[in-house]
Design a protein around this ligand. Structure first.
Ligand code: GP9
Ligand code: MN
Length: 631
């Protein structure tokens, strides 16, 4: 009888399968990746495969001895990367990124607790490598070696490419614009896998390093000149009016201006905001200027008075840059600076970017009690978020600068039955219909929040700034929007819909509506001026919103701009008075250059990391008098 012979399997196939399965097991056991449905589970399962096929596929070009050596080394290195992520995750609850590797403070935290982070059983993370090594050493006959023809190799790599595309395609259906927008590391890893993620991260990193390397300080001179030439004298009467007061900034998710002072089914949409305006400054021509980075872009603009990028989220792509953000400045003036947002800290790379912006503390999801009961849609309901945030605010050293980021009014605008304070709108578009109900809910949450601030004695000692982060209703919903607004949504109207509310409440000040055209870019100089901090020397594109000289101007990230009389968008200049394209073709001309310059200069600063060349120390760090403004 002939003895049964096992067909010989190539070492690279064994290595691929083992590492693939191991990665999946590690995903499930060592990381906390939230899976909502079987499709996500499937994506998670296949996502390591394409990378492994590529990297082990290289061995097909090698001769036997080298092939084994290559497979062993690769298997070890890839396992080491995975293991490094596991250890990092144990400590930081996050995945590794290249900038983080170079952030020494993070690493020293990790270094000192390495003993606690490692277990004896951790060698299991290398079990597949150990198996491979044993096979090569003791049972080399177990595996087969053959030379592969060109055709074989081609077929192999075609399959690998097909799997990569299948993975990307599925990921795209799960999470559109995943790569161009790069919102959340956990989401990226869930969809494209750890290994592909590291490659992607390396690509982002090398691109920005190259741009940074080629930049030098001389480029800043032009920009500095431009900023000086456009400097507008702030309103002296407002200088230092809120000196030493707490600053409470509330980012209102997806809140556009059109909902204010309007009704749906005969009911007010924002009764509280409508009242609050009556005791605050209200800016009714204030525009968001965000791009793909959405909320994070708005944070970036508001705190730096720089524009975000036209592609990707600057929070992700340039978190290692030098900035002179509001929190960093306020730290020097004795403020405690914090951001409060009940979401994963890695969302929008906030945990890393906040360090560059100078935040002393980030109250993230772990600082909140979040459960089934108090959550809806994207997470903790606004009411509960504010309620729990009060506790944090109370405990903060005073004065503080605290930014609270709301979440309930986020697409797809879900709400629990009991939180529906008004009936949805009644068009064929569910998104638009529900939008009104979540805005109404957010309004109620804000009302409670302000009341709590009063109850806790924080209200009188604080200036409160509420602003909309970006649009909530995109142009995909023009039909229902035109039904609601009773007008056609032309590009002109669309641009006007990019207005978001800005309300600044200063204790003791009467209400006033200010209609100068402005944008999120103007908030930083405004806030600092109110606190008695001179920003004349700063590189910034905004100006004091209270200034009598403030120019009526806002440029949006897509290049559209708005002036006192005109709206320029999609290469057409509209007359604001009529909403029609202007007869005089040159009407928008004088502003085009300015709009272009602002965006280009701002991009240059970010891509070249130019603020590292800026001698901000010359007026701020040395305590030459200005530092003493607030004591
Ligand atoms: C997520 C929240 C919403 O943390 O800020 O982000 P968005 O999708 O609006 O940018
Ligand atoms: Mn948002």
């Amino acid at each position: 009888m002939r003895k049964f012979k096992w067909p010989k399997v190539s070492l690279f196939a064994i290595a691929t399968v083992l590492l693939w399965l191991k990665t999946y097991i590690v995903y499930k056991t060592s990381f906390d990746i939230k899976i909502e449905n079987w499709k996500q589970e499937f994506i998670l399962f296949i996502n390591p495969l394409s990378f492994l096929l590529f990297i082990f596929g290289i061995s097909l070009f090698l001769k036997e001895k080298n092939q084994n050596r290559y497979i062993l080394i690769t298997s070890f290195l890839v396992s080491a990367v995975l293991f490094a992520n596991v250890v990092f995750y144990r400590f930081f609850n996050d995945f590794l990124t290249i900038p983080v590797l170079f952030q020494t403070s993070n690493m020293s935290d990790l270094g000192s607790s390495v003993n606690e982070l490692l277990n004896l059983s951790d060698f299991l993370y290398f079990s597949d490598f150990i198996i491979l090594a044993l096979i090569v050493k003791f049972k080399p006959k177990f595996v087969g070696y053959r030379e592969y023809s060109k055709v074989h190799r081609r077929a192999y790599f075609l399959i690998a490419i097909a799997i990569a595309f299948l993975n990307l395609g599925l990921a795209e259906t799960e999470r559109p614009q995943l790569l161009t927008r790069t919102f959340d590391r956990e989401m990226l890893i869930k969809n494209i896998g750890t290994y592909n993620y590291h490659i992607y991260d390396a690509f982002l990193q090398s691109k920005s390093s190259a741009q940074r390397a080629f930049a030098d300080g001389s480029e800043l001179a032009d920009i500095d000149n431009y900023v000086r030439a456009n400097y507008k004298q702030p309103n002296n009467d407002m200088f230092g009016i809120a000196k030493g007061k707490n600053v409470i900034l509330v980012s209102m998710e997806s809140t556009q201006s059109f909902v204010l002072n309007r009704t749906v089914n005969g009911q007010e949409i924002t009764p509280f905001l409508n009242d609050f305006i009556k005791e605050s400054y209200y800016f009714d021509n204030f525009y968001h200027q965000t791009g793909q980075g959405k909320t994070s872009d708005s944070e970036f603009i508001v705190e730096n008075s720089l524009y975000p990028l036209s592609r990707g989220a600057v929070f992700f792509t340039h978190s290692g840059n030098e900035y002179t953000a509001t929190p960093e400045i306020l730290n020097k003036y004795g403020y405690f600076t914090a951001s409060l947002h009940a979401n994963n800290k890695s969302f929008w790379n906030r945990d890393i970017m906040y360090k560059s912006l100078g935040y002393q503390r980030f109250y993230d999801i772990n600082d909140y009690e979040v459960n089934e009961e108090n959550s809806v849609g994207w997470g903790l309901k606004d009411m509960d978020f504010f309620e729990q945030s009060i506790k944090h605010l109370k405990e903060m050293p005073k004065p503080f600068y605290a930014k609270l980021i709301t979440l309930t009014n986020h697409f797809p605008f879900e709400l629990k039955e009991e939180d529906m304070l008004i009936e949805p709108y009644t068009s064929n578009d569910k998104t638009v219909n529900n939008y009104f109900t979540t805005v109404r809910y957010e309004d109620e949450a804000l009302k409670n929040f302000i009341q709590k601030l009063k109850d806790e004695g924080l209200y009188e000692d604080s200036i409160i700034i509420l602003y909309g982060d970006h649009y909530g209703i995109s142009e995909n919903h023009n039909k229902a929007m035109s039904e609601y607004l009773g007008q056609e949504i032309t590009p002109f109207v669309s641009t006007q819909l990019q207005r978001v509310p800005l309300i600044i409440h200063i204790p003791g000040h009467k209400s006033k509506t200010i209609s100068t055209v402005s944008g999120q870019i103007d908030l930083k100089p405004t806030i600092l001026h109110l606190l008695g901090i001179d920003t004349k020397q700063d590189i910034q594109f905004g100006s004091d919103l209270f200034s009598k000289n403030k120019m009526d101007f806002a440029v949006l990230r897509d290049g559209s701009f708005i002036t006192k009389d005109y709206v320029y968008t999609r290469e057409t200049c509209y007359d604001k008075a009529t909403g029609e394209p202007v007869a005089n073709k040159n009407a928008c001309e004088p502003y085009m250059e300015k709009a272009k310059n602002e965006l280009e200069y701002s991009d240059k600063i970010i891509y070249g990391d130019l603020l590292r060349f800026y001698e901000k120390t010359k007026y701020r760090d040395k305590g030459n008098g200005i530092n003493k403004e607030i004591e």
